[in-house]
Design a protein around this ligand. Sequence first.
Ligand SMILES: Cc1cc2nc3c(=O)[nH]c(=O)nc-3n(C[C@H](O)[C@H](O)[C@H](O)COP(=O)(O)OP(=O)(O)OC[C@H]3O[C@@H](n4cnc5c(N)ncnc54)[C@H](O)[C@@H]3O)c2cc1C
Length: 397
Amino acid sequence: MTIGIVGGGPAGAMTAERLLRGTFPLQGDWDGVQVIVFEEKLDWEKPCGGGLSPKALKKYPFLLQAADKANPVRKMEMRAPGGASVCLDLRAPLAIYSRRELNHLLLERSEQAGAQVVNDRITGAMRHGNKWRLRGRAGCYEADYLIIAAGARSSLRNELAGSLNARDFMLTFGYFVPGSEDRLRIEFFEDFEGYAWSFPRRDHLSVGICGKIGHARMSELQQKLLGFMARLGYSSESSPVFSHLLPSLEVDSWARIRLEGDGWALAGDTAGLTDPITGEGLYFALRSGELLAESLLGGASYARSVWNEFGRKLMLGARICPRFYLGNFLGASVTTRMVQFCRRSRTYADLFQDLVEGNQAYYGLHGRVFRNLPKSLMEIATQSLGRRLRPQPAERA
Ligand SMILES: Cc1cc2nc3c(=O)[nH]c(=O)nc-3n(C[C@H](O)[C@H](O)[C@H](O)COP(=O)(O)OP(=O)(O)OC[C@H]3O[C@@H](n4cnc5c(N)ncnc54)[C@H](O)[C@@H]3O)c2cc1C
């Protein structure tokens, strides 16, 4: 039995590792199972922030333990469209990886588990009876089961599961800037479905911007990002530039998403499994790979597990997304209020930290915000009053 996995990113590498380390009862034809990962670029700097959330680190502690490869970050600065900002001391760190390091680590783990990694680009897949015939640039291969984990731009996906719409993606654009910082930075813009970021890795920063296709043009992204960089004193000169697609499925697309069929399955970005609001995809790539492996080893249906565990939460994210970026709350943009509330209300800042840590899902978020609103407003009013009553430096003297 040969399982062919196209793509050795987080989704493909994790699927391979978990298949080979499976603790589930093996079914049927699993004696002599062979897992081949086809990866065209091996350890490459995939365009990405490289930020692994506390939720991902809790689920996969080896990612935090590989401390020499990542930068654990405990400060998060957010800037609202009008210029208000807040810097939060995070209760749990994020780990910021260079994707070269992360992909290397994950592929190495899959090889240690027994996977064969083939450095080739698969250009076509045809079904002949029960077998898949894979056409690569360097050769032809056969597999009994085919997993496409080839990222957001995969054309193989389209042949099996149909294509996604343009509106199911965000455009991204950015630079890898030399330098180091102690905090990650996020900036929101007025009437813009996306954000700019600076994620500090061990020896450089990933600085970029994402914007929903159909809403943002590349020229607008460039202009906004250069403004963000100028304000922070980052130079784009001689910094490697990147651009890539980031899946951000619309509500309708979640309703017709197809994750598996006869002899094949999709995982990670290829399947569209990212958080439509934050763009977080690493956790979902890893987890979808794991759920797929468990399902193939005799566990529950893959599609159902994905849907129950996080698919429906991500679909709710897709519903909330336009309101988050474009909506108003108490007379200002939602992102402006979010920054102001985080700065002045302990209760609201706790809620936000729960969101970052993955302890507060989008389900129940609206209710919690409104239940806590009187308390948050009271904290804001008390803080404002305190500031007004506090003696000014001249008076103190
Ligand atoms: C600019 C940007 C910033 C991001 N920042 C973050 C972040 O900070 N945190 C976060 O959680 N998520 C982030 N994401 C999302 C994250 O990068 C993806 O969700 C994640 O990489 C998905 O993993 P994957 O394995 O599904 O796909 P990929 O990482 O894209 O891996 C697919 C692999 O398949 C290979 N491949 C493709 N086609 C073929 C082929 N035909 N044959 C052989 N090999 C092939 C590619 O070389 C690649 O290595 C970001 C995305 C972008 C675009």
